[in-house]
Ligand binder design. Structure first.
Ligand code: ADE
Length: 251
């Protein structure tokens, strides 16, 4: 079974592609796909790029060209729910496109002609991903104390499960994140890709799971927090997460 592993940006995959065993790089649809083995598992690593369409293109390529049988998405997100702090991790149980709105023809958030607004995560794959994410959060040596203090990473960093909202906007304003909370009160985090990949996997009957480490609170300083976090923390966490996940997956 080949596992596709996606992140939006290079910092969220921390150069892992080059470290695969027996790696071969294939260029397709303007993207680089690192095909190889790691921890004895067949994997294809790729960057989805940013936004729903780019992510859907990459997911479709993983499925149709590289024959992956499950897709995992890792990366960072903005915290939306009041209980979610910077440094926490959110494992997606469901995914919604917060900017999908074909009302009044279809209810707000419903993806036209699917009769649904939410796409589910695969429970088994999500269980392994959550186990790996918890192991990363429990490793107190992973992020040094100076970096922890700089980002105000409170211990313990917590693992949440719930709805992840995706849309083609970097949410960087208190008013905008408040509006999102009002329209989707149960949403834990906001980012720009997972719901699109979830829809592609749904179309193909493939297992999908996503985990997001919280880089910012999607408020007025989100862009500053995001930039620094992605440089200094995201890569370390991503490498540890993928290393913890692969041994859990059935070969
Ligand atoms: N990814 C990380 N932070 C984000 C934010 N505030 N909005 C959208 N995507 C994000």
């Amino acid at each position: 079974m080949t596992t596709g592993i996606l992140s939006a940006m290079a910092q969220e995959q921390a150069g892992l592609g080059e470290r695969l065993d027996e790696v071969r790089i294939e260029r397709y649809a303007g993207r680089e796909f690192h095909v190889g083995r790691w921890h004895g598992r067949e994997v294809v690593l790729a960057l989805s790029r940013i936004g729903k369409v780019a992510a859907a293109t990459t997911a479709a390529a993983l499925i149709e060209r590289f024959g992956v049988s499950r897709i995992v998405f890792t990366g960072v997100a903005g915290g939306l729910h009041p209980s979610v702090r910077v440094g926490d991790t959110v494992v997606g149980t469901e995914f919604v496109q917060h900017d999908m709105d074909a009302s009044p023809i279809f209810p707000r958030h419903e993806v036209p002609l699917y009769g649904r607004s939410r796409f589910p995560a695969d429970a088994e794959l999500t269980g392994w991903l959550a186990q790996a994410a918890q192991a990363v959060l429990d490793d107190s040596d992973l992020i040094d104390e100076t970096t922890r203090q700089r980002f105000g990473l409170l211990q313990p960093q917590r693992l949440h499960h719930g709805l992840i909202a995706s849309g083609d906007r970097f949410v960087s304003g208190a008013a905008e994140s408040a509006a999102l909370r009002a329209s989707l009160p149960e949403a834990m985090a906001v980012e720009m890709e997972a719901a699109a990949v979830a829809q592609v996997c749904f179309d193909h009957g493939l297992a999908f799971a996503a985990v997001r480490n919280i880089s910012d609170r999607a408020d007025d300083t989100a862009h500053v927090d995001f930039d620094a976090y992605i440089q200094e923390v995201a890569g370390i966490q991503a490498r540890a997460l993928i290393a913890a996940l692969l041994p859990l997956l059935p070969p």
